[in-house]
Design a protein around this ligand. Structure first.
Ligand code: HEM
Length: 469
């Protein structure tokens, strides 16, 4: 119970459990509010104990930059050895999210290069996103004038975009295998992620209830891996190294050339792209439409801009975004105010260091509280108010802000940011071009959010009315 001298301040804690009961019980699904309270009490750099692990929370731009950018060599590792569940999942190799050192650099570089070669930021990926948007719109058409829940539709859409980038094909929305994979991802993201009680008391895994849940997870991951293995086998037979069709082709080529990219690492990387790329983007869209329903005047302004710049005769394209400043500002404001990744994933320190004068010991856990930066009153006027205009200057141009960091900063920052931005813009605008969304039940429209690995809106229904009828 004796603390190291000079470490950041923080709340009282219990032996063995640390502050676990507060973060997981008192603030169940509301850890973001717990962090908000702690920041008020202890300032922007504070500590809690997650079980026996010291966890440092950095919750202003200065401390985040000081750690993740200025001391990036010390703060860019993941605490793979300290988290029981990730250790378990990584038995056959880690992908991008949970690798460290040279292995991480190699696999991250390979994935980024592959995404670039396959056309993220270029027309190829745009076509895949627009194709998938048409399927999303078909789901809207099926539920016209009936209560509609966006989350599953968006999850299937964003997973299918990753699928077409990775496998070169999409799943049918009513394919039971696909529905199972998507609901598994949803369950995983609704859980506590790195804050799972198993990381405090790993023996909990022997309780029958927990053991059967873990077995279910192992079974679904096994099925996903079997699917990936089959797809890899099929791809091998038709592979042309000069013309990679998708991520699997790029991976197969790199596997031949590099020893670090083993089959286990490649498999884990594909799982990472699905897990990190589907729920995050789907959730941001879910928030975006919730805010538009609550602010019909902002929805109208976005639609007016779409009508003016594109009209109704063709789909909205990525190149249109330069002229659609109000819509761009609205999407930036959604990312600021909802901050679906309320904190970064856990980082760890490879040496003792100092942040804002505090001692940060080697091997502790560190997270950046992105939500705290996005709601910092020193950086934003009325931060809890939804106001796209804050991202527009007097000449109606977009104001770029270094304080908007939904994808984190430093070497661990999200490698999927370009893909995500493209998806957000194309799906958001093409839906608004064809549908007007409105609220059904006011009591559902809560903005506090429910925290799993990401922060999602409390499930809500909306009404989608075709603009052409
Ligand atoms: C709006 C959507 C998204 C948001 C807000 C988001 C946000 C983030 C954040 C905050 C991190 C953690 C960075 C850190 O620990 O410092 C992260 C990591 C990551 N994201 Fe995203 N992300 C999004 C979409 C995507 C997409 C579409 C992909 C894949 C194509 C993706 C792949 C990854 C991967 C692989 C990592 C781990 C990076 C590493 O450890 O080196 N993300 N993302």
């Amino acid at each position: 119970k004796r603390e190291l001298p000079g470490i950041p301040p923080g709340p009282n804690f219990k032996p063995f459990l640390g502050n676990f009961l507060d973060s997981n019980w008192t603030y169940h699904k509301r850890r973001h509010i717990y962090f908000e309270e702690l920041r008020k009490q202890y300032g922007p750099v504070y500590r809690i104990y997650f079980g026996r692990q010291l966890l440092i929370v950095l919750s202003d731009m200065e401390s985040i930059n000081e750690a993740l950018v200025k001391q990036k060599e010390l703060f860019s590792d993941r605490p793979t050895d300290k988290l029981w569940d990730t250790n378990e999942a990584a038995k056959e190799g880690t992908g991008i999210v949970w690798s460290n050192g040279q292995n991480w650099q190699n696999v991250r570089r390979m994935a980024l290069q592959a995404l670039r070669d396959l056309g993220v930021g270029k027309a190829t990926i745009e076509e895949r996103i627009l194709d998938e948007t048409e399927y999303i719109l078909k789901e809207f058409a099926k539920s016209e004038n009936q209560p509609l829940r966006l989350n599953e539709i968006m999850m299937k859409g964003t997973s299918n975009i990753i699928s077409s980038v990775v496998f070169g094909s999409r799943f049918e929305n009513d394919d039971p295998e696909f529905t199972k994979i998507v609901s598994f991802m949803k369950i995983a993201f609704d859980g506590d992620g790195p804050y799972t009680p198993l990381n405090v008391i790993s023996q909990l895994r022997f309780l029958p209830f927990v053991a059967s849940k873990l077995n279910e997870i192992v079974t679904v991951i096994g099925e996903i891996k079997a699917y990936i293995t089959n797809t890899i086998t099929e791809h091998k037979e038709t592979l042309s190294k000069e013309n990679p069709r998708d991520f699997i082709d790029v991976g197969l080529t790199s596997m031949d050339e590099s020893k670090t990219l083993t089959k286990g690492v490649f498999m884990a990387t594909i799982l990472d792209l699905f897990l990190a790329g589907s729920d995050t983007t789907a959730n941001t869209l879910d928030w975006a439409f919730l805010y538009l329903i609550l602010h019909p005047e902002i929805q109208r302004k976005c639609q007016q801009e779409i009508d003016e710049i594109v009209g109704s005769g063709r789909t909205v394209k990525w190149a249109d975004r330069h002229k659609m400043v109000y819509t761009e500002a609205t999407l930036l404001e959604v990312q600021r105010i909802s901050t679906i990744a309320n904190t970064t994933l856990p980082h760890t320190t490879t040496k003792d260091s100092k942040i804002q004068g505090y001692h940060i010991p080697k091997g502790c856990l560190v997270v950046a509280d992105i939500r705290a930066v996005h709601l910092d009153e020193k950086l934003w006027e009325n931060p809890k108010q939804f106001n796209p205009e804050r991202f527009l200057d007097e000449d109606g141009k977009i104001v770029k802000s270094n304080n908007l960091i939904p994808f984190s900063v430093g070497p661990r920052a999200c490698p999927g940011a370009s893909l995500a931005r493209m998806e957000l813009f194309l799906i958001f605008t093409n839906i608004l071009q064809r549908y007007t969304l409105s609220r059904i039940d006011e009591s559902e429209m809560e903005l506090e959010g429910v925290l799993g690995i990401t922060l999602s809106p409390k499930p809500y229904h909306l009404l989608a009315k075709s603009r052409s009828s």
